[in-house]
Design a protein around this ligand. Structure first.
Ligand SMILES: C[S@@+](CC[C@H](N)C(=O)[O-])C[C@H]1O[C@@H](n2cnc3c(N)ncnc32)[C@H](O)[C@@H]1O
Length: 195
């Protein structure tokens, strides 16, 4: 899984260095940014474990210029990392269901100076953003019990979806929506309704 001239893993390491996790944490939690575990961002939600984020980005295999959907944008960290990976010729949309986290994440994202990425509120009962589909890549950072058909339907012809389903990390690849499993992870639940 490589993209462009540098191996995907190098591009991901570069992105994580350029966009330190501390920028996406509440002030009081920043001193814990180096902890390789999830950290609270309020409202019972978390900024994901860095190693997990890195592994998910590797599975996603993002290339410059792609259109990427980030479901469960939370602190804005993954949205910003994806924006770095697609570069100015790409496009990233982060959607977040918790209203007060939308503001937190959008402010964090704006500070990174990547106007080709935006973070918006999720709509009640609507998973992802079907109106703007198809997406080249979809990253989901909250876990449903079963693979949501409506997200698979938002993937482009050669799209890739990375999503934790019932604690198992799945990679879904088009054509054919071929599913492979990539280990066990714990995530907050994917919700359907805006609280
Ligand atoms: C692990 S947390 C945040 C991870 C985030 N990518 C980050 O970098 O901070 C997952 C987020 O998914 C959100 N979420 C849950 N269900 C959602 C849905 N259907 N649409 C959008 N966001 C959702 C939660 O509110 C939570 O903020």
């Amino acid at each position: 899984m490589t993209t462009g001239s540098a191996p995907a893993s190098d591009r991901i390491a570069e992105a994580m260095t350029a966009l330190p996790r501390a920028l996406f944490l509440r002030r009081a939690d920043r001193r814990n940014a180096g902890h390789d575990g999830p950290l609270p961002i309020g409202h019972g939600q978390t900024n994901s474990q860095p190693l997990t984020v890195e592994r998910m980005l590797r599975l996603l295999d993002v290339a410059p210029g792609q259109r990427v959907l980030d479901v469960g944008a939370g602190s804005g960290w993954t949205t910003a990392l994806l924006a770095h990976l697609v570069g100015p010729t790409g496009q990233v949309l982060g959607v977040e269901i918790e209203p007060s986290l939308v503001e937190f994440g959008a402010k964090n994202l704006a500070r990174t100076g990547q106007p080709w990425a935006r973070l918006e509120p999720a709509r009640s009962g609507v998973l992802g953003d079907p109106d703007s589909a198809p997406w080249d890549r979809i990253l989901v950072s909250a876990a449903p019990r079963v693979l949501p058909a409506e997200l698979v339907a938002q993937l482009g012809d050669t799209g890739v979806l990375v999503i934790p389903v019932a604690a198992v990390m799945l990679r879904v690849v088009n054509p054919g929506a071929v599913v492979t499993e990539h280990g066990h992870y714990r995530f907050v639940p994917l919700r359907c309704q805006v609280p």
